[in-house]
Design a protein around this ligand. Sequence first.
Ligand code: ADP
Ligand code: ADP
Length: 225
Amino acid sequence: SPLLHARGVAKTFGRTRALRDASLSIDAGEVVAISGPSGSGKSTLLHCLAEIVVPDEGEIHYGGTRVDELDEDARTRLRREAFGIVFQFGGLVPELTAEENVAVSLMFRGTDRAEASAAAREWLERVGVGDCAALRPGELSGGQAQRVAVARALATEPAVIFADEPTGALDSVTGEEVLGLLLGAARERGATVVLVTHDNRIAAYADREVVVRDGVVSDVPAVAR
Ligand code: ADP
Ligand code: ADP
């Protein structure tokens, strides 16, 4: 059975039907790109899969468990334990240093402060921004900030990494470097990656591409193809 599965998911914001009917199955270890035009519902689908947004209709299953009906605390726990998330503009906490931004995600999972700081420094080194450990997000370039965001998403060794236009704010060379780091580390560990992008060149790095149009996605489960 798939690791992550959405069935008939719909979500409306005010009068906007962001998602109308989204069904999608993702196997463990797959790298899946969600593509489609701007405003088609890609981010909303990602947010539903990542338990950030609760759908109005339909079901989300993770590891065989229905997760969209869990309460807020249980969904937060699932996100912290199993998911890593990279946003377009990093989503780093501006008041914290690069090292603290990474360490906090480990501390949420129970790692003590000293161990979390040491691991954070190692991850920053691995993604090429070891010398930025003491800087705050406002002092970093876009590419550096996105590397810190990648380190933060990888540090907890999540089962699933969600990335929403992770390279959208970067020039193409920097973007491909950052994506290479993210996918390289994910594939090394057999992690599952769900990547939202409107860029065909980025989608080409995925094992599979799923297209969202006007809030509709229908996808044949990988096992049936
Ligand atoms: P995409 O990621 O494909 O650009 P989104 O999922 O971000 O699409 O948005 C789909 C539609 O839903 C757009 O019209 C967007 O403006 C709207 N939308 C998304 N999130 C919200 C929100 N929190 N409040 C109101 N409208 C939203
Ligand atoms: P993306 O570039 O990934 O499509 P956006 O920049 O459209 O994302 O949206 C960023 C955030 O703002 C998301 O959390 C989304 O749900 C929210 N959002 C998007 N469109 C609207 C809107 N029309 N009104 C309110 N919030 C929105």
